[in-house]
Design a protein around this ligand. Structure first.
Ligand SMILES: [Fe+2]
Ligand SMILES: [Fe+2]
Length: 375
């Protein structure tokens, strides 16, 4: 999937695309610029998004974060419909008792946590877009890309989705990344997978149909996949916010990013704890998917035991400085595009259109071009 982004980037002028997109689609379905700009604003100087009273860079960073939060909300909504608490705060689904019970094997509060994580993402999305609009800046709307199918399992709404939770390749290296004390991805270090077989192939994290509800170990493998995917998603947000904060200019924008980012870390640590309870098993319907005993070699022991859920102090900024308990990675260069590639590589957007990748690439490039105080 990485090639999709690279191909898009090299073959099409991104500005030209957005402009063509504006011409081809009705104004009501264009991804960027709905609330604050008229179509005539794009006519002469190209379709550069409006920043209003914000700096161009701050607005671009917030727009990328708004897009990321819209995507997060979409995926968490799918989890909540099948595995979360069903109430008016997060409406839409009717719950799937078999999947919910399998998730509860990881923790009896899983349904509550899924519900609350979903609600949090929705508020992030709505707040960032509202702040952009209140400053006269263009906002982000991805509604035209809500085209992917819903799960057909009992409990899910039948609506178009932005994200695909049924063909995931889940990078579980955060499990070891936060447990080793002498490595940091910002120094180029790489990390072993907790569940190597989840990081290859394609795996459902929600039941695709009611056929996925049996036998027990199969729906448990799906719930285990979700349990690790929760951590994978939220560690990404935990790194993305501090990475982008370093290039923000305005104190209010910095305050927003510094106040939302740590909630992603709260989510991540919760999920990091729960993933450690995923029972060891082999999926009876996919013998290539094996969840190991995380307290046995090559994991487990003093370094990797499952109750080590706080960040092990590690190298930071310079190897000559003392070890520090930190979020990692937090390098700012290319952080938005890195996040987009990470989400794409996990299969979250399988089935999306070239126009979707083009718009997300455009938003990421603009965020990565932001410079503190100068743009
Ligand atoms: Fe969020
Ligand atoms: Fe999040």
């Amino acid at each position: 999937m990485k090639d999709v982004l690279n191909g898009v980037k090299s073959s099409i002028n991104r500005r030209k695309f957005v402009k063509n997109g504006l011409t081809a689609a009705s104004a009501a379905t264009v991804g960027v610029g709905l609330l604050a700009s008229s179509s005539s604003a794009f006519a002469k100087n190209g379709p550069e998004e409006h920043s209003g009273s914000l700096t161009k860079g701050d607005a671009a960073i917030l727009r990328f974060l708004a897009a990321a939060e819209i995507l997060e909300t979409d995926l968490w909504q799918q989890y909540n419909e099948l595995g979360g608490i069903q109430d008016s705060e997060v409406p839409g689904g009717s719950g799937n008792s078999v999947y919910t019970a399998a998730l509860a094997v990881l923790d009896s509060d899983m349904a509550q946590y899924i519900h609350d994580n979903t609600e949090d993402e929705l508020t992030h999305e709505v707040f960032i877009n509202a702040f952009l609009a209140s400053n006269g800046a263009d906002t982000v709307n991805l509604d035209q890309f809500r085209t992917l199918p819903s799960s057909k399992a009992s409990g899910a709404q039948q609506i178009g989705r932005l994200t695909n939770l049924m063909q995931l390749t889940v990078d579980t290296s955060w499990w070891t990344r936060y447990r080793v004390g002498n490595k940091n991805p910002d120094f180029g270090d790489t990390f072993d997978q907790a569940v190597p077989t989840l990081n290859v192939g394609q795996h459902p994290a929600i039941p695709r149909t009611d056929d996925d509800l049996t036998p027990n170990d199969h729906i448990q493998a799906i719930a285990n996949t979700a349990g690790f995917h929760f951590g994978t998603i939220e560690q990404g947000g935990t790194s993305l916010y501090p990475s982008l904060a370093q290039r923000i200019t305005h104190p209010d924008v910095l305050r927003i990013v510094l106040s939302i980012g740590p909630t992603e870390a709260m989510h991540f640590q919760t999920w990091s704890d729960k993933a450690g309870n995923a029972p060891a098993l082999t999926d009876p319907k996919d013998s290539t998917l094996v969840f190991p005993d995380l307290n046995s070699p090559p994991l487990g022991g003093e370094e990797f035991q499952t109750n080590l859920i706080m960040p092990e102090p590690t190298i930071f900024l310079s190897r000559s400085l003392p070890a520090c308990s930190i979020v990692r990675p937090t390098a700012t260069k290319g952080a938005a595009m890195g996040a987009l590639k990470f989400l794409t590589a996990m299969g979250l957007f399988i089935g999306q259109s070239p126009a979707f990748f083009q718009l997300l690439t455009d938003l990421a490039e603009d965020a990565d071009a932001a410079k503190n105080g100068r743009a």
